[in-house]
Write a protein that binds this ligand. Structure first.
Ligand code: AKG
Ligand code: FE2
Length: 229
């Protein structure tokens, strides 16, 4: 494998390397994937307990949209509350270390050149949602690979808050609808995969994160793809 971009020819090789590779192969082929065995269950529970605590203490921030210099809070596009993760906390550090492993594996298998990672807890309360968007502007090469890890062990369909992934910005029918169930890690290319969070009807906990190919600091970069929002 000598190419530096996603290489579909490499898929067969990847599949033969064992279960962990299945999602990397799917990512290479389809630009998105769901992985189920990346984060241990006890860590997932510890993360949930921590973010529930933050939520209860009311120390989460209303999430904004846009670039660092132009960060606005627009609740018609996005209604969630966040808190950034850091290595100073041991539970958060364990999660960040696992994602460092993911970074290395993806770079090794797909030559993506992922460099840095940033992640935040997100809480969507009843009525919370995130309208269809991309996580990065095309060609910006800022955020390259998005990750969302779900923390909800007792999720049922009536709780809503599914992630819809689309092939194209104006497709009506999603490619996939992913329930935000504990243990699922969704990965997708930040510049290429339009997605949305459907309205949550119960508190919905997750960790959203982004790998970038440089170390430029920046606030969430977002491109809304639906008019009139
Ligand atoms: O929580 C999710 O399922 C996706 C969140 C998202 O799209 C984002 O934070 O950019
Ligand atoms: Fe997103």
């Amino acid at each position: 494998m000598t190419q530096s971009t996603l290489d579909t020819n490499s898929t067969e090789t990847l599949i033969t390397q064992g279960p962990i590779w299945n999602w990397i192969a799917q990512l290479a082929d389809e630009n998105w994937a769901v992985a189920y065995d990346v984060v241990p269950k006890d860590l997932s529970r510890a993360l949930l307990e921590q973010v529930r605590g933050f939520h209860k203490e009311d120390i989460l921030l209303r999430a904004g949209i846009g670039r660092a210099s132009d960060l606005t809070v627009d609740t018609s596009v996005r209604r969630d509350k966040i808190r950034w993760l850091g290595h100073q906390d041991s539970v958060q550090s364990q999660y960040l270390n696992i994602m460092e492993g993911v970074r290395q594996e993806v770079n090794r298998a797909l030559f993506m050149g992922l460099f840095a990672y940033e992640a935040h807890y997100a809480v969507y309360e009843k009525g919370g949602f995130y309208a269809r968007h991309f996580d990065a502007f095309k060609g910006a090469k800022n955020r390259v690979l998005s990750t969302v890890f779900y923390l909800n062990p007792d999720w049922v369909e009536a709780d809503g808050g599914e992630l819809n992934i689309y092939a194209d910005t104006d497709d009506v029918k999603p490619l996939a609808t992913i329930p935000p169930e504990a243990g699922s890690l969704v990965l997708f290319l930040s510049e290429d995969v339009p997605h949305e969070v459907l309205e949550a009807r119960n508190d919905r906990y997750s960790i959203a994160g982004w790998f970038r190919v440089n170390d430029r600091l920046g606030a969430p970069v977002l491109q809304v793809v639906e008019d009139g929002l």
